[in-house]
Write a protein that binds this ligand. Sequence first.
Ligand SMILES: Nc1ncnc2c1ncn2[C@@H]1O[C@H](COP(=O)(O)OP(=O)(O)OP(=O)(O)O)[C@@H](O)[C@H]1O
Length: 256
Amino acid sequence: MSLLAVEDLAIHFGGVKAVDGVSFEVEAGEVFAIIGPNGAGKSTIFNLISRLYEPTRGRIHFDGADITALKAHQIAPLGIARTFQNIELFDHSTVLDNLLMGRHIHRRTNFVQDILFLPKVRREEREHRRRVEEVIAFLELEHYRGKHIAGLPYGVRKVVEIGRALALGPKLILLDEPASGLSVEESQDVAFWIEDMRRDMGLTVLMVEHDMGLVTQVSDRVLAVANGRPLALGTAAEVQADPEVQAAYLGTGDAA
Ligand SMILES: Nc1ncnc2c1ncn2[C@@H]1O[C@H](COP(=O)(O)OP(=O)(O)OP(=O)(O)O)[C@@H](O)[C@H]1O
């Protein structure tokens, strides 16, 4: 059984059919990419899966459960973490604190226990820090641990956002354009991390990305969408060779 199944998903904003009948399944351990020209509906698909948007029709299943009617705050505890196209971090907090915030859904102590700093609280705190330090080591963020987000280069902030999603300890990570705005070297790092996430952490990755080099390097399967509609599904090479995909990209050259 697939880890994520999206069935006939649609959302219409007034007359705009942002997503209109998209179905796909992501297998556990797979790296699955969604590509498409600007305005194709890719981020909207992420917002539907994250339950930020209500679908006009369709169903979303995750790990055997129907999550279509869940609220956004119920998604992370199930094991779905995401990054955003426009980085959403706390600018005036440190890298460490931002990553620790990614752990808040696992907090099992209450306010009074926290104030008294009971042994249970200390144990939990140690566990959160241990997990966050693993993420810092994995993404090679040691140098930035105590630095405020606001003062960091764009490429590092993007990595911290991936880190915050990883700190949550998800089964599925949704990466919204992880390579956008990055240098060639930084994009290559992202490619290695995605491969390691799958191999070392057993993660399933669903990503939206324009950089076809990255998509080709890391994806098992690719879904191309345009105007909210699915165009082709297959390997990166198959999808890029599809005449409908090429026609959708005419003028942008993105998929070439
Ligand atoms: N909240 C909203 N209200 C109205 N229209 C929206 C909303 N969100 C998205 N849209 C519209 O839905 C369509 C798909 O947008 P979406 O951001 O999903 O595209 P995308 O494929 O992610 O594009 P890009 O690659 O440029 O990020 C666009 O026409 C967009 O204007």
